[in-house]
Design a protein around this ligand. Structure first.
Ligand code: CP
Length: 318
């Protein structure tokens, strides 16, 4: 496969905001090549043999943590996932001291999830190692947006001029922010929809439409991404109750029919079944939720490989 992207010159992956379209395309092409390797009988490459990846997850995670672990494994790297509940951070050690300790133990790559916006960028600025942001507060979750857009690119070829709705808790969502950057950079037309308390008009400054009317927002859309309500990041309730949220904004069969025929249903997970989406729709043929998870493996392999100095063209021609 010929590589048509541009060389990757970053040691870190902190945000989608900082990437240009060519860099996003380079990650996609590298992920495509790794996906082919994953489909082989021996789904492994020696690309990162001898390297050690350390997962520092200060917030809960299933998909992202396990996908980074599996990605490191498929690249033949060693992987260490620290249990932050039993680490010395519980004794008052600072994030900087934890990271300096990991560095002194000769880690090669750090993957970090933290509740503080900007924490991944801060760490990337103080260590020489590659740092990959696995979610920093409500700021960004770059590999999630990359795998989401990669999934749509597989379906459509390109996101250019495609109409996508993101429905739910936008205000507190790092997934929404990263996807807004990624989808708009790739030429999609994005509409944010949900209660006004969770979807403020300020987001229009990011080049998207904002709507509080579900029917008109969904009418011409070819894909809808559901987001869960981020209880852990809300100080006060933005709506009276979850039941009322579901009755006004939950995706059900009737509301699905407002979208374009065969529209794609997406969700980054974890899903709150029966809250933002009816269970049968989450499991329907229109849902790509598990394809998103699977694509997360190739995307994280690409991110680990490129940030470690790997050359996209070397995998693309493999
Ligand atoms: N989408 C996502 O970040 O899921 P996890 O919290 O399970 O990693």
């Amino acid at each position: 496969m010929a590589f048509s992207g541009m060389p990757w010159n970053r040691k870190d992956l902190i945000s989608i905001e900082s990437l240009n379209v060519e860099e996003i395309e380079t990650i996609f092409e590298t992920a495509e090549a790794f996906k082919k390797i994953l489909n082989r009988k021996t789904a492994k490459t020696p690309a990162l043999r001898g390297k050690t990846v350390v997962n520092l997850f200060f917030e809960p995670s299933t998909r992202t943590r396990v996908a980074f672990e599996m990605a490191a494994n498929r690249l033949s790297a060693d992987i260490l996932s620290l249990d932050m509940k039993t680490s010395s951070t519980t004794k008052g050690e600072t994030l900087r001291d934890t990271v300096d300790t990991i560095t002194a133990l000769q880690a090669d790559i750090i993957v970090i999830r933290h509740s503080a916006p900007g924490s991944a960028g801060y760490i990337a600025g103080v260590v020489d190692l590659p740092v990959l942001n696995a979610g920093d507060g409500a700021h960004e979750h770059p590999t999630q947006a990359l795998l989401d857009c990669f999934t749509l690119r597989e379906k459509w070829g390109s996101l250019k001029d495609r109409k996508i709705a993101i429905l739910g808790d936008i205000l507190y969502s790092r997934v929404a922010r990263s996807n807004i950057w990624a989808m708009t950079k790739l030429g999609a037309e994005v509409t944010l929809v949900g209660p006004s308390t969770l979807v403020p008009h300020e987001f229009e400054q990011m080049g998207v439409k904002v709507s509080h009317d579900l029917k008109s927002a969904l009418e011409d859309k070819e894909a809808v991404m559901l987001l869960r309500i981020q209880h852990e990041r809300q100080n006060a309730s933005a709506f009276p109750s979850l039941n009322e949220y579901t009755s006004m904004f939950g995706l059900n069969k009737t509301r699905l029919s407002w979208l374009k025929k065969d529209a794609i249903i997406m969700h980054p997970g974890p899903i709150n079944r029966g809250v933002e989406i009816d269970s049968e729709l989450a499991d329907s043929d229109q849902s790509v939720i598990l394809e998103q998870v699977t694509n997360g493996l190739a995307i994280r392999m690409a991110a680990l490989y490129l940030c470690s100095g790997g050359k996209a063209e070397a995998v693309a021609s493999d």
